[in-house]
Design a protein around this ligand. Structure first.
Ligand SMILES: Cc1cc2nc3c(=O)[nH]c(=O)nc-3n(C[C@H](O)[C@H](O)[C@H](O)COP(=O)(O)O)c2cc1C
Length: 176
């Protein structure tokens, strides 16, 4: 199997991270892998926000919890699993391909992280909080225009523990 296929098949969502920061240049490489994803009509409208500032990540997690979004996950839940880096994507609300562009971009980032020996988990649960009035604080902090929405994010770091492997459903593919 070639390295690209190995990277695809080996990637798993990781939900427990060490404190160790990413190696020099890794965050920029992962962000760049996202920037080079194809976008519909080549619009390239997504805004990428990369956060490694621990205080900022903790504040975002605390806001997320305060607004009641972590209730279903239990006490002390940390939505980015204490990973040292979180990358968020925002895109225009009125562009029909914003979500698809975001999905393609975030998977490029997940695979780039995997190829660099790092781990990741794609995080969508922020959506409920960031798209409320309370979440507007973060749009202002990050300088995101009002006509944009949060699309998706990814936490990246070195795994502390494995997450149980999730298998794929059989019989969801048809060949003719
Ligand atoms: C759009 C999207 C949103 C996701 N949101 C979350 C999330 O908020 N929290 C989380 O722990 N995992 C999240 N995941 C990870 C999925 O749960 C995970 O990819 C799935 O269970 C399959 O496991 P695997 O990635 O290890 O193959 C998300 C994945 C995708 C594609």
């Amino acid at each position: 199997m070639n390295e690209v296929l190995e990277t695809i098949f080996e990637r798993r969502s990781i939900r427990s991270y060490k404190n160790d920061p990413l190696p020099e240049g890794a965050l920029e490489t992962i962000v760049d892998a996202g920037r080079w994803a194809p976008t519909a009509r080549n619009e390239q409208e997504l805004i990428t926000v990369a956060v490694t500032d621990k205080a900022m990540l903790e504040e975002l997690n605390s806001d997320f919890s305060k607004e009641g979004f972590s209730k279903r996950f239990g006490d002390g839940f940390n939505f980015y699993y204490n990973a040292p880096a979180l990358i968020l994507l925002f895109g225009p609300k009125d562009f029909p391909f914003t979500d698809i562009d975001g999905g393609i971009t975030i998977e490029n980032m997940a695979l780039a992280a995997q190829s660099l020996g790092l781990n990741s988990v794609i995080i969508g649960c922020l959506m409920g909080y960031l798209d409320t009035d309370a979440g507007k604080k973060w749009f202002e902090k990050f300088g995101i225009p009002d006509d944009f929405k949060f699309v998706i994010s990814i936490a990246v770091g070195y795994k502390d523990k494995d997450t149980p492997k999730r298998d794929r459903k059989p019989d969801m593919v048809k060949y003719y």
